[in-house]
Every structure is written in structure tokens, then in C-alpha cells.
Design a protein. Structure first.
Lengths: 637, 261
């Protein structure tokens, strides 16, 4: 288990938890009943439909998730879509949407393409930006088992982390240059003939474009971009070119740059040309790509027939700013987006903000109505892990006060909005069954089977008689794309190349160039989720020191600061005060700061400035950037 | 046959995830910032990063904390080798704290006793492993009975070279064994048993236990303890009463049994 999971014991019993629905009453809050709260939300949404009969669709918005189960997400989408509201901002926009998008386009699935047990059959395991020891401690047992079996482990990360201790080769490229490193490796692979020519001919679309694109990415040029040595690029290429079974685990970090799409595609291309996408000990794991699919049919069935297409988060925020959103169901943190203060300002223009959370945090501050949710121990429901395994969680304790499960709230809301049409769902089990019946890929994962499998059942599973589908998600060597091939070339993704991340201080045409010379990195620590509820745990806070900044001694040689001194990290939109941690475990010229602190936390260790208030708003076609832009350090008095 | 509980720690497997520390605190209701166990980072080594070394009370064969205890509250359980604190006799005087080379003891802020790891006495009595062992995602800790030649720990001790982390001047013969190449090795401090207590115990030791256990002295100790203890002392995480009426009892360790002798 990891410490974050254990913090739930404290958080569930926390005296700071909100236990009853609260509505704004002058400057304070007034307690109301759960039924009144549901009614209030229902009336507000129905009023929108009444006031804007022609164009109500985008005036009600849902911010996902913080779901305590799959059923909760599905219930929320179902309630809003049936009522004609398509806008649901997913956390992916601020997370791994780039990887999911590229995987879907290139391979036809947005999931991890294999399961972790395959790491034991690999010859080489590449953890690319995937700091498993700190992000996913429970999965370290696979890494250790692979290591013991003699699997060669390669790790790419600009910082030394506990994961470094378990790899045979640790390369530290400059943040945001991973896509260039991949192209450099491809350059060597193609030049040296270290790839599977026959396989490429039969299974890969777009190889010609790739071949042309990688020509310019010589090891020397890539070394200049990435701060690696040319020999390191060649070494990685040779290693991968000679490995017969290579598995990649992609870190979410690769998506936190505006060039995330390029990076992920280039990495997939490496696996494609070496024939390592499908088969024993091969494939691509995607850190947060464990979400099972097969829910589309269910959601389509439970949608208004004339449902409009949903808007992107940027368009939603734009609408909010102009007062064109009347109801926001804030089910998660708005601070997950860059320039959090701008997001806050946009939300403050929304007429009625409903917050479903647990504590009096920044989101509660923006709310007009708070309807507190349950904690995971207090509800039934299915959940998923990193490799498409579905697990059933049974309620362990009763929910306190008038808290409510997300699925229950959204089902109740659905029935309030559509009393005649909304299906009668009484439990998370009812809803699970409804979803299971709707898609072939779920048929084999019966509730009974799920409840008797403590480690879960891997999706997809087409019949109760089917054994679990471990290993590759692809059957018969065919990818899930239309023609069964890998697609490297796809116009909307742009040409195969690498570009500097937006705002990079290395890019002469960026606003940051010359003024903000250091490269900014933020990240999770092992004992905190981002921004959210672990900040309310004193057990997690005991390992935190608020805002701090990890820097290489060389970086601050001229600044005259030492370990424990205070500096300001300044970006083009803001600054925060952070305590200096000198460390040899980070590249010179790069600064790293933890992303969890919040000013609202009741426990000192977790108190600090919300990191995304100083993150400039840079986006690519799919998702937001959180790292790789320029910043500077200024000595604080 | 008497048991001899011990632990073998493969610190090369430790990822510093801190799960063992939190699991222990939750199991024994130790408030945040007080710890019965720890993960100690080794020195930064260029090219090698940081090595992490988990630890907890070493359940020593020659326990200097027992020597330092004036009331006999701290003692070694002869049936299994575990060093325990009898809460009825402990007056939280703190003499044992500097007597431990490992800093394994602390004054519990809510209970007015000195607290320490007892290998999860309550859990192992029911055949379970200590909480830190069970929760470790990389299985860095092996717990078991060294007196049983067939146990996993005995087999590992026989098969693999181990080291013990000791202070050169006061080797307390710890029952925690590290697989070789652990680091750091030089951190335990010299045990500091208060001179007065050492003299007193040297003089009276044979009778002290009997006296404490059987006569009015024990009653005195208990009375004193009640006088000293502050019933209102509360920690943020402990026994909070507030608007949260439906407070659950999770984390109140049913596994946490204090010594009942």
C-alpha cells in the first residue's frame, strides 16, 4: 500500500470534513437537508432550460472527477447528457489527454496496450519519465521482480529519484526534450538497420514520413537539444535496437508539455519500427492509462437524442468569463488548470456553483452550495488500476451526517431533472449491471466474479467463461485502428518532429527568453495527491515542508543562497516563496517544486501557495502545459 | 520453546514511500510527527543517488533502555525477546530516551508514557505480521521467529550475509539484521544511561523487579502517573469532539494491545 491510500483513514475521520449540505446565507453558510440540496440544484438547472430554451446546452457545466467509483462518473455523465448538457471538463485536459489521444490515433486504443506481468517477459523495460517508486509505489513490486529476473531497466528523468536506484541506465535529458531524444534514437535505429523491415512493411503506416523526419535528428543535434551526450543517445538506440522484447512505461510527465503529442508519437514510433508494440514482453504502459473502455455505447444510449457536442475546457472557461455559464457542478479542483487565478475569476462569473467535495478548500470558497461527498470507504463501487483491471470495492463503514455518494447524488439529480425518463437505479450495483449489459467487452465481468476476485478482473472480458485477458490488448496481431495497422502519420497531429515547449527559455522567440532562464518543473511527491485532499492529512503533512525548490548547487552559485534559504520562484505571471533544497539529483539549470501545497490546508506542512497560480497558460491542441517553461529565482529577504 | 522475534531488512528494496511509517502510526494511534519507526536516507552519492534504510526499535538482546528505566516499566519479554513498556509502570521520566542508541523512543503526547515499537505485539499474537511488514509494497522487511529454524527469517539469515547497525561503544546486540551493503551504518549514538540510575540499579537490581512488581512501590508509581497525567491533553488527531457526530472508529486499532501484565 502507499501512504496516500492510508491517509484515507485519517481523512475519513477528519474533524474538518463537511458533513451536511451548506448553502450561502449572507456572508455565512446555512445547513440544509440533502433532499433540499438536490432540489435546489435541479431547480437551477431546469430554470436554465426554461430561460434559454434554444441554447441552454453549454450553460451547465460539469468539472470531473474526484469520483469515488466508476459508477459515479457514469451517473454524472448520464444525468447531464440525458438532460441535454454535454459539457464535462475531464481531468485529462490537465493530465494525460495527449498520450490518450495519440495512442488512440496511432494504435486505436487509449489504454495501456499490455499488462504489467509482461515486464517479467521483457528483455528491456524503459521507464520514460515514469517515476514509479514515487508515483505508484504498489507497482514497484513488478519493477523489482523484473530486475531480479535480469530485465534491463532504463529510466529517463531529469531528476534522480528513488526509481533511479532500480535501473541499469538512467538518462537525464532536459525537461521537454524527450520527443527529440526519441527521434535521435530512431535516427540511429534506421541508419544502422536496427529495426524490423518486414514488420514495418506489413504493419506500419507512415514509415516514409518517419524516415524523412528523423534524418535531421543526428545524435549530435539531439545531444545539443537534450543536454545528453551523443554517446548516450547512441547507447540507448543500440540497446533498444538489439533488444528483442522491449516494454515501455510512459510517465504522465511526458504530456505536461505543449509538445506532448510529438513526444508520445515519437516514442510509439520507436516501439513500432522495432516490432515491440504487440506480443510477449512488449507493449506500452501508460501511467494513468488503465481506465477500461467500452462505456461509449452506454453513454450514447443515455444521452438526449439531439445532444450537442461538448466543448473543450478552454472554450468552457471562455464562456464562463463572458457570463455564459449559469450552473457549474464543481466535482473536483479548478486549480488543476494553469493560471489558476484566471480560472478562479472565470468561475466567479458563474451564477450558481455547486461544489461536491469534503473540505473547506478553495473550491468551497467559490461555491454557492456545497453538497459533501462520501469517502471511498463509505461506498460501494467499481474502480480501476493502471492496467485495465476492474476491482469491486464494498462499503466498509457507514457514511457520516448527510454526505452522499457521487453516483447517488447524480442519480437523484437525474430523477429530479427527468422524473419520467430517468431509469430507476437504487445502488451502485444496479448501475454497474446496466453498464455491463450494454457492451460486449464487459459481459464477462459479472458482479459475482468481480466480488470474488480481490485483485480484480482485467477489461475487456467478453464472457463469464473467458479467462482473464492478460498481456497485449491486441488480438491476432491487429491493432485496433480501422485497417489494423499502426498509424504514425495523421494530419491533425502535425508533421513528425520535435519543437521546444511553449515558453521555453531556450526558444529565442519566446517571451521567457533572456528573462526567465531556468527551466521550471513541478511534480508529485509520494505522500500527496495534487492540490486535493491529502492536504488535509496531518500524517501526510509531517513529510511536507510547504513550497520548496530543489536546485543544483551550480544553478545558484551566483545567487548567494544556501540550503534552507528562501527564494522567490518567478514566472511571467506570478511568483511564490520557496525554501531552497540544494541537491545533486537534478540537472543544473532546472528547478523542481512540489505541486501539492494549498493556502487552505489546516496543517502547516501542507500550507503554501497553490502552484498553478504561477503557471502561465500554455496549451497545445489537446492539453495544458505545466512544466518546461522559463522561470527565475530571486533571493528572498 | 521460547520465541525470538527479529527482522531482516533488505534496504536495497526500500523506495522511501513512507507507507511503513504511516501504517505504524495509524495502527498504534501515534499522532503525526511522532514515529515508532523510520526511513533513514543515506548520504547522497553521485552516480548512485540516495540509499534508504528503514528501521524501528531494534529489540536488543542487551537493551540499555531497560537498564535506564527506574521503575521496571521497560523490560524484555522473555517469551519472545521483544522489549516492551508496561504503561502502568511507566512514569514518562524519559531516562530511557537517551539510553537508546537508535532514538527509537519518544514521549507519547497523549498518553504520558514513553512509546516505542513492540513489533505489533497485538497483531503477531493473532498470527499476523507487524503493520510495517504487511504494508511494505516492495517487501523490504522480513519478520519472524529466529528460534524456529524453518522460518523464512532463519532461512534468510542462514543464506545471506547480514550486518547489524550498532554504535561501536555500546553494542546492544540488536535483533534487526540488514542485508549487506546497507547504508548509513554509523549513525547510532552512544547509549546514555543516567549515572544515578545505573548505580541504583547495579546496587539493587536483583530486588528491584520484585519490589516494583509486588509491593507498594508499584502502587506509588501508578498514583504518581495519575497525578502527572493530564486528562485534557489532546492532539489534533486524537479524540476530537466537534460537529462531527458520526465520527467513525476506523483506525482505532483493534490490533493495538498494550501489555496486559
Amino acid at each position: 500500500m502507499c501512504p496516500k491510500g492510508q491517509s484515507l483513514v485519517e481523512l475519513t475521520n477528519s474533524p474538518d470534513r463537511i458533513l451536511y449540505p451548506l448553502v450561502r446565507d449572507g456572508g455565512g453558510w446555512k445547513r440544509i437537508s440533502y433532499a433540499e440540496a438536490v432540489d435546489l440544484v435541479g431547480r437551477s438547472i431546469l430554470a436554465v432550460k426554461q430561460n434559454f430554451p434554444e441554447d441552454f446546452a453549454h450553460r451547465v457545466v460539469l468539472f470531473m472527477p474526484l469520483w469515488e467509483s466508476r459508477e459515479s462518473e457514469l451517473a454524472a455523465l448520464m444525468a447531464l447528457r440525458m438532460a441535454g448538457f454535454p459539457d464535462a471538463a475531464t481531468p485529462g485536459d490537465a493530465c494525460i489527454a495527449s498520450a490518450a489521444t495519440v495512442l488512440r490515433i496511432c494504435l486505436g486504443t487509449m489504454n495501456s496496450t499490455t499488462t504489467l506481468d509482461q515486464a517479467l517477459n521483457a528483455q528491456t523495460l524503459v521507464l520514460w519519465g515514469a517515476n514509479i517508486a514515487e508515483i505508484y509505489p504498489p507497482y514497484m513490486r513488478w519493477i523489482l521482480a523484473a530486475k531480479e529476473k535480469g530485465v534491463h531497466i532504463v529510466y529517463l528523468d531529469p531528476r534522480k529519484t528513488p526509481t533511479s536506484n532500480f535501473c541499469d541506465l538512467h538518462l537525464m535529458p532536459r525537461p521537454g526534450t524527450d520527443g527529440a531524444v526519441a527521434l535521435g534514437v530512431l535516427h540511429v535505429l534506421l541508419k544502422e538497420g536496427l529495426f524490423d523491415r518486414d514488420y514495418v512493411a506489413s504493419a506500419v503506416n507512415g514509415f516514409d514520413e518517419l524516415e524523412k523526419a528523423v534524418e535531421a535528428y543526428t545524435p549530435e543535434r539531439v545531444a545539443e537539444i537534450s543536454w545528453l551526450k551523443p554517446g548516450e543517445v547512441v547507447r540507448l538506440a543500440t540497446l533498444l535496437g538489439k533488444s528483442n522484447h522491449t516494454m515501455f512505461w510512459l510517465g504522465g510527465s511526458l504530456c505536461r508539455y505543449t509538445n506532448g503529442i510529438q513526444t508520445v508519437r515519437n516514442i510509439i514510433a520507436m516501439q513500432a519500427v522495432t516490432n515491440n508494440l504487440h506480443g510477449t514482453g512488449k507493449g506500452v504502459m501508460n501511467v494513468q492509462g488503465g481506465k477500461p473502455g467500452g462505456e461509449e455505447r452506454f453513454l450514447e444510449h443515455y444521452s438526449a437524442p439531439d445532444l450537442e457536442a461538448g466543448l473543450s475546457i478552454r472554450k468552457i472557461l471562455y464562456n464562463m468569463k463572458r457570463g455564459k455559464v449559469d450552473v457549474l457542478l464543481l466535482n473536483s479542483t479548478y486549480r488543476r488548470y494553469p493560471d489558476a487565478n484566471a480560472t478562479k475569476e472565470a468561475i466567479s462569473k458563474v451564477g450558481f456553483v455547486v461544489y461536491r467535495g469534503h473540505f473547506m478548500n478553495e473550491e468551497a470558497e467559490l461555491a454557492h452550495l456545497i453538497i459533501p461527498g462520501t469517502m471511498p470507504f463509505e461506498s460501494d463501487g467499481s474502480q480501476y488500476g493502471a492496467q485495465r483491471q476492474v476491482v469491486w470495492r464494498s462499503k466498509a463503514v457507514e457514511k457520516p451526517g448527510e454526505t452522499s455518494e457521487d453516483w447517488k447524488f447524480y442519480i437523484d439529480l437525474g430523477r429530479r431533472l427527468l422524473p419520467d425518463r430517468f431509469p430507476a437505479i437504487k445502488s451502485a450495483e444496479d448501475l454497474y449491471e446496466l453498464v455491463r449489459q450494454s457492451d460486449e467487452s464487459w459481459k464477462g465481468i459479472t458482479l459475482e466474479r468481480l466480488k470474488t476476485s480481490p485483485t480484480g478482473v482485467t477489461w475487456p472480458c467478453f464472457s463469464a467463461e473467458d479467462s482473464e485477458s492478460r498481456g497485449s490488448i491486441f488480438r491476432d496481431g491487429r491493432f485496433l485502428t480501422e485497417d489494423g495497422k499502426v498509424h504514425l502519420s495523421f494530419k491533425p497531429l502535425g508533421p513528425i518532429r520535435w519543437e521546444e515547449p511553449e515558453g521555453s527559455p531556450m526558444n529565442k522567440s519566446s517571451e521567457e527568453y533572456g528573462k526567465f532562464p531556468l527551466i521550471f518543473l513541478q511534480g508529485k511527491v509520494v505522500h500527496q495527491w495534487q492540490h486535493t485532499y491529502t492536504n488535509w492529512s496531518s500524517y501526510m503533512a509531517q513529510f511536507s515542508e510547504g513550497n520548496l525548490v530543489q536546485i543544483h548547487p551550480e544553478t545558484v552559485r551566483d545567487l548567494g543562497v544556501g540550503d534552507g534559504d528562501w527564494v522567490y520562484i518567478e514566472t511571467k505571471i506570478g511568483k511564490l516563496k520557496a525554501k531552497v533544497k540544494l541537491s545533486g539529483g537534478i540537472l543544473p539549470g532546472v528547478v523542481w517544486t512540489p505541486s501539492h501545497p494549498t493556502p487552505k490546508s489546516p496543517v502547516p506542512g501542507n500550507q503554501g501557495v497553490s502552484i498553478n497560480t504561477i503557471i502561465p497558460s500554455y496549451w497545445d491542441k489537446v492539453s495544458a502545459q505545466f512544466n518546461g517553461f522559463g522561470c527565475r529565482l530571486v533571493k528572498a529577504g | 520453546m521460547n520465541k525470538r522475534y527479529a527482522m531482516v531488512i533488505d534496504s536495497s528494496r526500500c523506495i522511501n514511500c513512507l507507507a511503513c511509517v504511516v501504517a505504524c502510526q495509524l495502527t498504534h494511534q501515534v499522532p503525526a510527527n511522532f514515529k515508532r519507526n523510520w526511513i533513514r536516507p543515506g548520504p547522497w552519492e553521485f552516480g548512485a543517488g540516495v540509499h534508504y534504510q528503514p528501521g524501528n526499535c531494534m529489540q536488543c538482546e542487551r537493551p540499555t533502555c531497560v537498564d535506564a528505566c527506574p521503575t521496571g516499566a521497560t523490560y524484555q519479554d522473555e517469551t519472545n525477546g521483544i522489549i516492551r513498556v508496561n504503561p502502568k509502570l511507566c512514569i514518562a521520566c524519559g531516562s530511557c530516551i537517551p539510553a537508546c542508541p537508535y532514538g527509537a523512543r519518544f514521549r507519547h503526547p497523549g498518553k504520558r508514557i514513553v512509546d516505542k515499537c513492540d513489533f505489533c505485539q497485538g497483531r503477531i499474537g493473532k498470527g499476523r505480521s507487524p503493520a510495517c511488514v504487511e504494508t511494505c509494497p516492495t517487501r523490504a522487511r522480513i519478520f519472524g521467529n529466529m528460534a524456529d529454524a524453518a522460518s523464512e527469517i532463519s532461512r534468510v539469515l542462514k543464506a545471506r550475509p547480514t550486518v547489524r547497525v550498532i554504535n561501536k561503544k555500546t553494542d546492544t546486540e540488536p535483533a534487526i539484521y540488514y542485508l549487506e551493503k546497507t547504508s548509513p551504518l554509523d549513525w547510532p549514538v552512544e547509549a546514555n544511561v543516567p549515572e544515578a540510575i545505573r548505580l541504583w540499579r547495579d546496587l539493587f537490581n536483583p530486588i528491584v523487579k520484585a519490589v516494583v512488581g509486588m509491593t507498594g512501590l508499584a502502587v506509588l508509581v501508578m498514583l504518581g502517573k495519575q497525578l502527572f497525567s493530564d486528562p485534557n491533553s489532546e492532539h489534533r488527531d486524537q479524540g476530537h469532539t466537534g460537529p462531527n457526530e458520526a465520527k467513525q472508529e476506523m483506525g482505532k486499532g483493534p490490533d493495538d494491545e498494550t501489555p496486559n501484565d
